[in-house]
Design a protein around this ligand. Sequence first.
Ligand code: ADP
Ligand code: MG
Length: 482
Amino acid sequence: MPNYTPTIGLEIHTELKTKTKMFCDSPNNPEEHHPNVNVCPVCLGHPGALPTINKEAVEFVIKTGLALGGEINPETKFDRKNYFYPDLPKGYQISQYDKPLILGGTLNGITLRRIHLEEDTGRLLHSSRVISHQSPVSYVDFNRAGVPLMELVTEPEIKSGEEAAKFAKEFQLILRYLDISTADMEKGQMRVEVNISLGKWTKGVWKQGTKVEIKNLNSFRAVAESIDYEIKRQAEVMKHSKVHQETRGWDDAKKETTSQRSKEEAHDYRYFPEPDLPPFETASFNLDDLKSSILELPKEKRERFKKEFQLNESQAEVLIADKKLSDFFESAVSELKVKNPAANIQMLFNYLTSDLVGLLNETSTPFEEIKVSPEELAHLVALIEQGKILSRGAKDILRKMFETGEDPETILESEGLHLVSDEKEIEKIIQAVIVENEKAVADYKGGKEASLKFLIGQAMGKLRGKGNPEVLKELFLKHLTK
Ligand code: ADP
Ligand code: MG
C-alpha cells in the first residue's frame, strides 16, 4: 500500500449556556422538554422582528479566545447564511463569515483557524405516527432555535483519530472549566465534525487528497473510530480510483461511514452582512476583566496537581477530567491533619476516586448531592493513620458516611467500632499476657509461629475485641524479641 498521510481538521460547534438566546430574550434552557415554549417573534423568524446581540454570548466566545491564545478581532460582524430547512424559520442563519470574533490560537499544539458565533436551529422530531392515511408526520420544536452556538475551526494539522479525540476532549474540558457550556456530546451540546483527506509525497512533491466531511459523531470514541475507518476506506478507494468530495455520516452500530451528500449537492449560502446588526468593535468589551475572570485551566491544574500532590499522570487525569472532583480532592487535602502527608494523600486519592466515586455511581447520585464533605473524608484518612480504624473497616464507615452524612467519629462511637490503639494501654495488657502465658512465649521463642497468634488472641480477649490487631502484633514482636 502506498504511504498516505492523513490530514485532519475539525469544526466543533458548542451550545453556550447563556441565560437567554443569541438574538432575543427568550430563555435558553436545554432542559425544557415542553416544545415551543421558549420562543418569541425574533427566534421564530417573524417578519419585521429585530435581533439584538447577546452580550454574554460574545463574552463567552472572547473568554474562549483568550484561553486559547487567539487574537480578539478588533472589528467583527454578523452575516446571513442562506439556506432552507424546516428547522430554520427565517430561511437563513445568522453567523459570522469573514470577520469572526477570534482569529488563530492553539490547543494541544494544533493551530486554530478561527472561533465565531452563530445561532442554533430548531429541532425536528420525526414520528412514525400517521395522521392522514398516507404519510408519517414530523414535528418541529423551536426551543433550541436561536440558542448561541460557538464554532471553532482548526487548521488541518491533526494526524490521527486518537489525536482528534484528544483535542476534542481537552476542548470540552476547557469549556467546562470556563463554565460556558455543558458541552455534553451525547446531548448534542458539543458537536464535532471531522474533515479528512489522505495526501502523498510523489517525487518530492506533496499531493493533497480530496477531503471528506464526517458528521453525527456523538462521542469521542466515534470521532476516533470514524477517522480510523475513513483512513482505511480512502486508502482502499485510492488504489483504483479517486475519493469523492462528500459528507458522510457515522453509523455507530456498524462502525462505518456512509455517504450522505455529495459535493454536487453542496449549498451556495449567498453570505452577506446581516443588515439588522451593525459591525462592532470588541474594544467596547472589557478584555482585561474577561481575562482576569479566567481561572486556572485544565493544563495548569494538571501540572500543579502532579507537583503539589505527587500524583502520577493518570491519577492527575482522573481528577482533572472532572472539575468538581478535583476541587473536592484539593479541599480534602487541605483539611488533612496527618503526620505523613505523602502517603495519606495517596490514601485519600484512593478513597475518593474508587470508593466514593464508586458509591456515587452505584446509587446514581450526582456529585453535587454528595453528603460526605471534604473535611470528613480527610478526617476518615486521619483516623486510619492514628490507628483508630483499620483500612479494611474504613470502607464500611465510608459507606455509612455516604448514606447518613454523619462524620466518621460519630459513626465509630455509635457502632462501637472504635479500636484501642493507645500504645501504653496495649503494652500493659501485653505484659500481663506474657506473664500469664509462659509456655506460649517459650514456644514462640523456640520457633513456633502459631504461638504468636495465640498470644495476640489472649490480648484481644482482654481488650474485648477492640484492640487494633496491627498495633498488637507490632508491640508483641517488640516485646518478644527483647
Ligand atoms: P471552508 O469550509 O470554508 O471551505 P475549509 O474547507 O478550508 O474551509 O476548512 C474546513 C475544515 O476542513 C477545517 O477544519 C480545515 O482544517 C479542514 N480542511 C481543509 N482542508 C483540508 C484537507 N485537505 N484535508 C482535511 N481537512 C481539511
Ligand atoms: Mg466548512
